[in-house]
Design a protein around this ligand. Sequence first.
Ligand SMILES: Cc1ncc(COP(=O)(O)O)c(C=O)c1O
Length: 387
Amino acid sequence: MRTETILARLGACLERDTNALAFPIYQTATFRHRELERGDGYDYSRTSNPTRTALEEGMAALEGGARALAFASGMAAITAVLHLFRSGDHLVVTEDLYGGTYRVLTEVFRHLGLAASFVPTRDVEAVERAVRPDTRALFVETPSNPLLGVSDLRRLGRLAKKRGLMLIVDNTFLTPLRQRPLELGADLVVYSATKYLAGHNDVVAGMVVAATPQLGERLAFVQNATGGILGPQDCWLVLRGMKTLALRMERHEANARRVAAFLDVHPAVARLYFPALPDYPGKEVHDRQATGPGGVITFQLRDPLWVPRFIDRLRLVIFAESLGGTETLITYPATQTHRDVPVAERRRLGITDDLLRLSVGLEDPEDVLEDLEQALEALEEALEAVR
Ligand SMILES: Cc1ncc(COP(=O)(O)O)c(C=O)c1O
């Protein structure tokens, strides 16, 4: 089946007892065994649950992977992946990635002996230089959060293969509809399914897709051993949300293009980050490996002091920490998503105090543009000085 068909029919007609079309929520902790030594495929819902299986099998089919696993959050998914490594191992990681991934690596796994070097993975030579004898994997986010930096997955995949490393890609910003890391050489793809996959700002969830059954098996072992599973109700919400992923991505991107065109020429905006911009750094690589820009735009206002006034004046756009849902959200990375990155490091990376991240939703774009315009007008006096 083609991708959009897989999506539209996720979980449909799989239930055999009643022929329910939509997949049921199996709200049970455990399953009766008919005899000693004989269950009917399910034992206990930490190990597996039919609603979770429907989601996981749909996701594996969508991504073209051997196995997918659903977790309680994107961070639970990433944590399970990091548990594949041991004390004394080393990872090379995208330097400007989601602050929570930075935090779990530096504040949790570092204390367990797993080392990480944060490097600009858009520079493959820099990645190669960072590889050490104890390096076991590359962990890459592209486009990265929040600066939408582009890393060349095909070249990184080749490097990983040559050096015997695992390539792990966080594909949250683009989904398998726009970027297919397994086909570019990745071994594992991780998602915050909270974002575009579920898509409605109403559930926190994570997914991992493994390229091979062996890796899938190792992860399933970690998932069952550590227990960060997604519950049946939330699995159902993700399954339900994903049915419209293709339509939503089209609209997110169309709206984002309109908003980016508006912000790009606005005098209050000093710099815009959006992979569809004609002269965007890494655009050539992005266009080779992805089929769309996604719906996130990051921009710098000309003055960090304008940020509170701008946010305060927004009426439709919601100041909140997330992305990929139906509502347009604006996030301030310095105090929200990237608060745990030390200030000096944040500044070095360009996650500055004038930086805002916009997740363009599914509203009529005119309403979003009008709201941004009126809020930017509040900066008018200050703008006059710039002009
Ligand atoms: C790129 C990326 N990866 C992972 C996560 C973590 O996901 P969750 O919030 O579902 O735990 C996020 C959350 O914002 C993210 O943006």
